[in-house]
Ligand binder design. Structure first.
Ligand SMILES: *Cc1c(COP(=O)(O)O)cnc(C)c1O
Length: 400
């Protein structure tokens, strides 16, 4: 028997990874492997029947008329912007508090990301901030809505449904209509989420963008994504742009890209999709467990818990608390075998690559405050109650 070294901090009785995908895989391997073997035997890897079937299933699940399978969530965002004709001279309003891809995709089209601050309770873009910007800083002209400060044309809103909860789509949709803006939903973290009016994420705006990155609620065995749309012409345009704008083959009326989803990923996702609602329910149970356990431990004055706002269907891609002494707490948890992550430590307006936008600390105080306070805790479906309790016990140990 070896004794732990004196300097080692005490491990928790039960260690808890932030995410463990192996358990899910083990229960599905017997279904997935034969299908992958079948595809390998056929050597039909690109845009075949598995992609078509998965597009149909996803469209139905997201209550959309159309779905276009693509190579990643990032490419879904890029393809949506390209299909709506957004590019140089244009501006797209989005959240400064999101994964980089949201604003990165806007910038890659040649358009300018235009940030509006978030509302603190749900971490999503604040429609009042968007409204203030549109009312006071823009003017309508013959060529469209002009940002007075930059002279750029404001073309679209791109809200993010962060952590699995929809942005305030009722207010944003009203603003989009009033100001003639396109609406693109970054639903990369929110497949299956419903907004306060019961509308499904990705079905509300002009295009919904999904990601099947392995850590998302519906994860591929690599990169994959999807664009959803209600409008058939827009969906068809995205299909053409997905293959370099080629239609008919080798005739290019548009410059697209290679944004294809492949058969192997579509087959895996097609097997997993029918299980998604069960996994989401397990995530919701875990969130409820945390809420009760933090309450029991008397920690809710210190640890600000997330909640589903206005009766929305939150899909809990992440369970993100706000805490004092966040970085110290995180180091403490890590030493005791409790996984956690900071989504996101630097808001996008303060990223170096966006220096050219001319932002400074203090421009978006709510996003900056969130970046300093948030901590994501383990929430994946297969977690056991004793593991969740162990997370809460370590919080109690830290704050005692
Ligand atoms: C994951 C994610 C993306 C990008 O998706 P990928 O599939 O990783 O390219 C975009 N936006 C948000 C909010 C995300 O969380």
């Amino acid at each position: 028997m070896s004794k732990p070294a004196e300097s080692m901090p005490p491990m928790a009785a039960i260690t808890v990874p932030l995410l463990d995908l192996k358990q899910q895989y083990q229960t599905l391997a017997h279904e997935i492997i034969p299908v992958l073997q079948k595809i390998c035997a056929s050597q039909q890897f690109i845009l075949g029947q598995y992609v078509t079937d998965f597009e149909k299933a996803t469209a139905a699940y997201c209550r959309c008329a159309h779905a276009v399978g693509v190579s990643s969530g990032t490419d879904a965002l890029l393809l949506a912007l390209m299909a709506l004709g957004i590019g140089a001279g244009d501006e797209v309003i989005t959240s400064p508090y999101t994964f980089f891809a949201t604003a990165g995709a806007i910038a890659r089209t040649g358009a300018r990301p235009l940030f509006c601050d978030i509302e603190p309770a749900g971490f999503n873009i604040d429609p009042q901030a968007v409204s203030r910007f549109l009312q006071h800083d823009c003017e309508r002209s013959r060529s469209g809505l002009i940002n007075r400060r930059t002279g750029g044309r404001v073309r679209a809103l791109m809200p993010v449904h962060l952590y699995g909860q929809c942005a305030d789509m009722t207010a944003l949709l009203a603003l989009a209509r009033e100001f003639g803006l396109k609406l693109i939903e970054d639903a990369a973290q929110a497949i299956g989420a419903d907004d306060a009016e019961g509308r499904r994420a990705g079905s509300i705006g002009d295009v919904g963008c999904l990601s099947f990155f392995p850590t998302k609620n519906l994860g591929a065995f690599g990169d994959a994504g999807m664009c959803t749309a209600q409008d058939g012409e827009l969906a068809e345009h995205m299909r053409v742009l997905r293959v370099h704008g080629s239609k008919p083959k080798y005739y290019h009326s548009f410059i697209g890209g290679n944004f294809r989803l492949d058969e192997l990923q579509a087959a895996v996702l097609g097997i997993k999709l029918p299980l998604l609602d069960g996994w989401t329910a397990a995530r919701a149970r875990n969130a409820a467990y945390y809420a009760a356990a933090f309450e029991r431990a008397g920690l809710t004055a210190r640890v600000k818990l997330p909640s589903a706002l206005n009766g929305q269907r939150h899909t809990w891609n992440q369970f993100v608390v706000r805490v004092p002494r966040r970085d110290e707490l995180r180091a403490f948890l890590t030493q005791r075998g409790i996984g956690s992550e900071i989504y996101y430590p630097v808001p996008l307006h303060l990223q170096r690559c966006f220096d050219y936008l001319g932002h400074a600390n203090g421009d978006f105080p709510q996003a900056e405050k969130a970046a300093a306070e948030v901590l994501a805790l383990p929430i994946f479906p297969e977690l056991r109650g004793e593991q969740l309790q162990s997370v809460v016990d370590q919080f109690a140990a830290f704050y005692s």
